[in-house]
Design a protein around this ligand. Sequence first.
Ligand SMILES: Cc1ncc(COP(=O)(O)O)c(C=O)c1O
Length: 418
Amino acid sequence: MTASTSNTQHLDKLYKLLNDELDRAKSEKTYKYEVPLEGQQAGVVSVSGKNCVMLASNNYLGLSNHPEICEAARKGLNEYGFGLASVRFICGTQPLHRELEEQLADFLGTEDTILFNSCWAANEGFFNAMLSTDLGFKDYRDMIYSDQLNHASIIDGVRLCRIAVKTTDARAYKHNDIAQLTQWMEEDQAQNHRIKIIATDGVFSMEGDTGHLPELVKLAKKHNAMLYVDESHSTGVLGKTGRGTPEEQGVHGQIDVISGTLGKALGGAAGGFITGRRELVDFLRQKARPYTFSNTVPPFIVAASLKALEILKRDNSLVQKLHDNTDYFRTEIVKAGFTILPGVHPIVPVMLGEAAVAQDMSKELLDLGVYVRGLWYPVVPKGEARLRVQISAAHSREDLDRALEAFSKAGKKLGVIQ
Ligand SMILES: Cc1ncc(COP(=O)(O)O)c(C=O)c1O
């Protein structure tokens, strides 16, 4: 027995419980295995020495190993060092953090931006920060309306706020059910809530569908509510110039608050942000706990993210390629006989029904050189197991054809298609 295990013997019972839970997850096939990649994230990756078309990453624009981005990160490292070793109001702030904040605001049609270490941190910090100060009010209550399929970080952000801020109410409306939300907001009018927030994902990550932003903008205006949209899967992805769901739906510049990530289309490393009115951003710098109590985004990531934005603003060829690839894959996979959820987003859920079929398909596809992940209950409803395909501008037409051929082969073998 090693020293470390003998030192923790008093916790043996607890660790046995953890082990039992892990065994249960394995037997129920909900245990999350991590596949080792050899080398970089890209359109085609190496798994156990085999080249596989990567259909499971948020590397929508193929920027995660783009030479200009890697070079910008190296330059940032040389010029600004590895880290700042504290939070900005204590240890100081570097000019490139402000530059990225301004560039993001300019790109997304807002006044100012605040960087966080992740979009998770941004979403988790926002609600608590907004609703935890009395702002001179005496007796008041606040209300958050949240789509039932919002990302876990919004759900947790709302939960945390409700635990910490006793004056906050919350209602989760059925996914994209504007009629229900409208009815609730009418009903709640008599309660005179001080602050009302409608929170939605721009793009929902399990379905690849979009929030109905024009209707939400109208509803928010009518009820003096703040519209909060998480654009993690949309910035750099949707809209002709990659400005996201608001651009796609004709309401660019009309969203009160946008949160987003630097960890998907914009390079895929890490970092998040909230962008909106100047006063809001300044207020969050004072009040958002993940900003005031957690380290600054490392400068080399900021430098690389600035380059990602520059590439995106320079021309829209990568966005166009992503859209072309998405159209092609969506069309061809349906022609091959598969059922997908309709939409325009590079997240393409290929519906398979039972969890076992999704599991067998993803295993079969990996053998055929296609890396794609399955989702099943409890992540999605029972009987709606699926493979979540994610298309990238990094894919060539040959990569997509290879993937489509593998889908047909595996689908026929498992009796999913004829
Ligand atoms: C809709 C949405 N919001 C937030 C996040 C969290 O982003 P980050 O990785 O920057 O914390 C994700 C990541 O999966 C997401 O899909």
